[in-house]
Design a protein around this ligand. Structure first.
Ligand SMILES: Nc1ncnc2c1ncn2[C@@H]1O[C@H](COP(=O)(O)OP(=O)(O)O)[C@@H](O)[C@H]1O
Ligand SMILES: O=P(O)(O)OC[C@H]1O[C@](O)(COP(=O)(O)O)[C@@H](O)[C@@H]1O
Ligand SMILES: [Mg+2]
Length: 526
């Protein structure tokens, strides 16, 4: 087992391949995690930042950690508030018959021997790697010795008992934030699954949370027939928006409409809203299930393998990168710059760079860089032009914001409006090559909205299908204030606060970022 001394070993004067010295990731309190944002090269800060602090000299620290973890990842249930809520046998049966046949005219039989239900006590292992030392690449440690601690989360899927009678359900679906490939696929699966449970009243709320308050926006009745082919195009059948009414107004509107199941598709902001709606429903003692489906092209939701739309975005980004490559490669001293989405997380840029194999420099928000100077990006571009004759740069939109003027402008949801790092990079590159008297043909591509508007690819289509179905199973099982996700290829329910406490970031010490650096061959630009 490693010790603390491993972690505080001094950094090499010239780190190999531009990688920072290996350091363990100790689970930190929210404030510390946010502040660090995994960006700095801090030396291991020790364990005092744990909240509440863990006393590792206590022989029972591990079981205490685990019981605390179990509490944190407990998923809120309707019986927490309505203790005498009665369950009924599920109306979701996997051995279906055509309902019109006479013997099943009154519904499906409930005495089938096998139903394929999930047991409420089924769990999925959240972390699957045993790091034998805190210095192992990408190690996530709880204690300085990086002991193995099992962390289990709730398995998603249909339950044998349900807490809503389908005929009493009015379900609503809302899509918030920016677009993302797969929104229509998720809407479609939610509707189809609700109908299989026997729900007749399903409403689409138009244009995000705004649709709850704007009197001019009528809810859209949804049926299997309406959604049958919606997944064949991108966007959202219901429309999206940022900003909108406050939580109290949303819950007022839900009460007026009689909504008792709400499916919320959106990112960090949307989920913060969904959790607040769940809390408000509990405060008002409303028997409502609020279930989120994480939608973020940026892939910045914690704990999940990936969010839907991300794969499609990476695939689509290849087209832009390939165009930039062709342009750069065909020009005399050509330089292609592609800006990809990623407000605070560089996952799309990193994965697209890895997938394309055509990127020489990948710049992400999590890894600071210099533009100028002997170790800057521009000096490396000069080297690439001299040695290869062309170069392609992939930059995430949130990278290098320190080079741009801050406007303090915010969008309707309160997100900071970023400066355009792609344009800045293009201008600085042109200026630099002019100054050093070397011709350079710089081309800039920003494919953001072309990527976001795509329909989901096959892999995302499957992910959306499973997430949509599981969202409905979760609601019928009586859970609320939860979201659905994929962890280590298994589907899980997670309490909303745990996945949005801060945006998920690329770990610069992870194997994936190291692989990206190996692939691009770029040096350390700090
Ligand atoms: N902290 C919050 N609490 C409640 N609602 C929020 C919060 N942050 C954002 N929202 C709402 O969630 C919706 C989507 O947020 P936004 O940040 O634009 O997209 P995303 O959900 O993709 O992060 C908006 O209608 C916004 O008003
Ligand atoms: O132009 P818009 O609609 O504000 O969207 C821009 C933002 O949308 C995103 O693609 C995704 O953002 P959300 O997850 O908040 O929808 C970001 O990468 C980008 O900053
Ligand atoms: Mg957001």
């Amino acid at each position: 087992m490693g010790t603390l001394s491993h972690a505080i070993a001094p950094k090499l004067a010239v780190p190999c391949h531009g990688l920072s010295s290996s350091k363990p990731r100790i689970l930190r309190s929210k404030s510390t995690r946010t502040a660090s944002a995994a960006r700095s090269r801090r030396v291991f800060a020790g364990i005092k930042s744990q909240n509440p602090p863990i006393d590792f000299s206590d022989p029972d620290w591990k079981s205490k950690f685990q019981s605390d973890f179990e509490k944190r990842f407990n998923i809120p249930h309707i019986t927490d508030v309505f203790e005498d809520a009665q369950s009924i046998p599920s109306t979701f049966c996997l051995k279906m018959r055509t309902p019109v046949t006479e013997e099943f005219a009154g519904g499906y039989p409930s005495d089938e021997e096998w139903h394929g239900y999930i047991n409420n006590n089924d769990r999925v292992l959240l972390k699957t790697i045993y790091y034998s030392s805190p210095t192992s690449a990408g190690a996530e440690c709880i204690d300085p010795d990086c002991n193995w601690v099992e962390q289990w989360v709730h398995r998603a899927g249909p339950r044998e008992k349900i807490y809503f009678k389908p005929e009493e359900v009015k379900a609503a679906i809302v899509t918030c934030g920016g677009l993302c490939p797969g929104l229509n696929d998720v809407i479609r699966q939610i509707v189809i699954t609700l109908e299989i449970y026997g729900v007749k009243k399903i409403a689409g709320i138009p244009y995000g949370y705004r649709g709850f308050s704007d009197k001019d926006l009528a809810e859209m009745p949804l049926t299997r027939k309406v959604v049958q082919n919606v997944h064949l195009s991108g966007g959202s059948l219901l429309g999206v928006s940022r900003g909108g009414p406050g939580i109290s107004a949303i819950v007022d509107s839900m009460e007026v409409r009689g909504i008792n199941m709400l499916f919320v598709l959106g990112g960090n902001g949307t989920h913060a809203g969904a959790n607040a709606i769940h809390d408000e429903c509990r405060r008002r003692r409303l028997k409502v299930a609020v279930v989120g489906v994480p939608k973020t092209i940026d892939n910045d939701i914690l704990l999940m393998d990936k969010t839907f739309g991300f794969d499609t975005a990476v695939e689509e980004a290849q087209r832009a990168i390939n165009s930039a490559y062709i342009e750069a490669h065909s020009a005399y001293h050509g330089i292609g710059i592609v800006k990809l989405m990623g407000r605070s997380s560089g996952f799309i840029a990193m994965h697209a760079s890895l997938a394309s194999g055509q990127i020489d420099i990948c710049l992400i928000p999590e890894v600071p860089f210099h533009l100028h100077g002997p170790h800057g990006v521009l000096r490396h571009l000069k080297y690439l032009i001299e040695t290869k004759g062309s170069a392609v740069v992939c930059v995430a939109e949130g990278a290098g914001q320190n080079f741009l003027q801050k406007t303090n402008a915010k969008d309707a949801s309160g997100n900071i409006v970023l400066g355009d790092i792609g344009v800045h990079l293009q201008q600085e590159t042109k200026k630099y090559f002019k100054e050093i008297g070397i011709p350079a043909d710089v081309k800039y591509i920003d494919p953001t909205y072309m990527i976001r508007a795509c329909r989901a690819n096959a892999s995302d289509g499957i992910l959306c299908t499973v997430l949509g179905q599981n969202a409905v199973h979760g609601a019928f099982a009586g859970y609320s204030g939860i979201t659905v996700g994929i962890c280590n290829t298994h589907y899980v329910y997670l309490p909303i606060p745990e996945v949005i406490s801060y945006p998920r970031l690329v770990d610069r010490n992870s194997r994936m970022w190291h692989r990206c650096l190996t692939s691009t061959g770029q040096p350390d630009f700090e």
